[in-house]
Design a protein around this ligand. Structure first.
Ligand SMILES: [Zn+2]
Length: 279
């Protein structure tokens, strides 16, 4: 999970170009609401950090359809925007910013296009995420009882804090569970993060990744352990790995959190890693 830089697209110019590229009857319908959409772009900017407070859309019917079509029809302008957002000029962007697992191959309308058709092609409202986050979980959900349910990765800035942790339980099997940490100094962010974590089923999805990761790592842990039969050696190696991941990824990547938790579990390090892991 991470922030992304706000796209530098000149959105009002882009909108004008898209409208110009359209044919009748859409061109006329879009021309009719063009200035209203532009003023809604300003509203988006004003509410960017508190989008739960933005007013509901007043654009309906054929005009709403025409705006949604700007996104869904295959046009040169839209393909260029899609490429710009899915392949930003970032050195290290190959994981979904919502989950840190899948490849970001789809664009999520943070404010759903059905409810806010005027933001259908607004780059700041389009977040490159994986298909699982987008289609299986987020879809057109975004708010419940006035609270936002997902982090807006352009605007909700991740604090430099540990936001979730893993518990490692070793019996005759190894069970890993991920849960959020409430940071008292960041109540607003943490409330959204809690929903984000639950709605995207991140515990279930991280558990599965953790199970495969441990199975993959088992042989190298066995090698370290068999040198001196020392749980400490295993723990140190896992901690080093966690520290590296924290630098290379972030504090709040599932892998960093997993390695940190494993390094702190004496029973796991003391040959507990040989046991079957529950996915
Ligand atoms: Zn994802």
């Amino acid at each position: 999970m991470r922030n992304l830089p706000i796209p530098e697209t000149k959105n009002k110019q882009k909108l004008a170009k898209i409208i110009r590229s359209k044919n009748r009857p859409y061109k006329e319908r879009l021309a009719r609401i063009h200035s209203r959409v532009k003023s809604r772009y300003d509203d988006y900017d004003h509410h960017a950090n508190v989008l739960e407070n933005i007013s509901t859309s007043v654009i309906t019917g054929v005009c709403s359809d025409a705006l949604i079509k700007c996104y869904t029809s295959k046009t040169e302008e839209m393909s260029a925007l899609r490429d710009e957002l899915l392949y930003p000029e970032l050195e290290d962007f190959d994981e979904c910013p919502f989950c840190g697992i899948g490849e970001p191959t789809t664009l999520d309308h943070y404010l759903p296009k059905e409810e806010f058709p005027e933001f259908s092609v607004l780059s700041k409202n389009l977040i490159p995420v994986c298909g699982v986050c987008n289609s299986n979980y987020k879809g057109s959900n975004w708010i419940e009882n006035g609270n936002r349910l997902f982090l807006h990765t352009y605007y909700d800035q991740f604090p430099d804090e540990y936001l979730f942790e893993a518990s490692v339980i070793v019996t005759n099997k190894v069970t890993i569970d991920f849960s959020t940490i409430f940071v008292v100094a960041e109540p607003y962010f943490c409330n959204i993060f809690q929903h984000h974590f639950d709605k995207l089923h991140l515990n279930k999805r991280f558990k599965r990744k953790a199970s495969t990761e441990i199975k993959r790592k088992r042989r190298s842990l066995e090698l370290i352990y068999s040198r001196n039969y020392s749980a400490n050696d295993v723990s140190n190696s896992l901690r080093e790995e966690a520290n590296g991941l924290e630098i290379d990824y972030s504090k709040n990547h599932w892998k960093t959190v997993l390695y940190r938790a494993l390094s702190n579990s004496v029973i796991f390090c003391d040959a507990g890693f040989r046991k079957q892991v529950i996915a």
